[in-house]
Design a binder for this molecule. Sequence first.
Ligand code: SF4
Ligand code: SF4
Length: 181
Amino acid sequence: MAKMKKIVKTITVDADRCNGCRACEVACSAFHATPKYSIVNPARSRIKVITYRLDDIFFPIFAGAYTKAGCEGRDSYIIDGKEYRECDFCRASCPTRNRFTDPDSGLPLRCDMCESDPPLEKPKCVEVCINDVLIYEEREEEVEEGEPIESIEIGVKALVDKHGLNEVIETVERVQLSKKA
Ligand code: SF4
Ligand code: SF4
């Protein structure tokens, strides 16, 4: 398979600096509202701050890939003597919890690094974090052509899982007809 150059964007989390202000959740949900900035609803954010307020523990997690089935088991972590809840550090949008699921549509939410046209200098969550918890970097990498599933395909797969293929096809046909009318 042919190789191509790709800009890889990363955000490194320095969790020790996080104070749990949740500005990143606010900024992300506002940026992804339609139209942009029309509403703030952290339930729609693609970053969630795992919080144990009594222990002063705050840990930002970014929404990763959608997965159709939940894991067979559950992961737990003990760090510095503190036991975290199962799945606390998992980035997946999965059917067994609703951490990265749009509350209205039920569609999975995934961090898209704030892709937009024109591009942003840095993602919104990074921009608003005054404690420098989120460190943004870009680098060039060689990757194979024929890329993974784009976000639109992930959304369609989730709709099919939830409503069934026929219902989705019929809905698309209805939308097409209403556009022509
Ligand atoms: S904006 Fe920064 S400090 Fe505030 S919760 Fe998010 S990561 Fe933590
Ligand atoms: S990079 Fe953008 S899409 Fe991803 S969590 Fe931050 S604000 Fe949301």
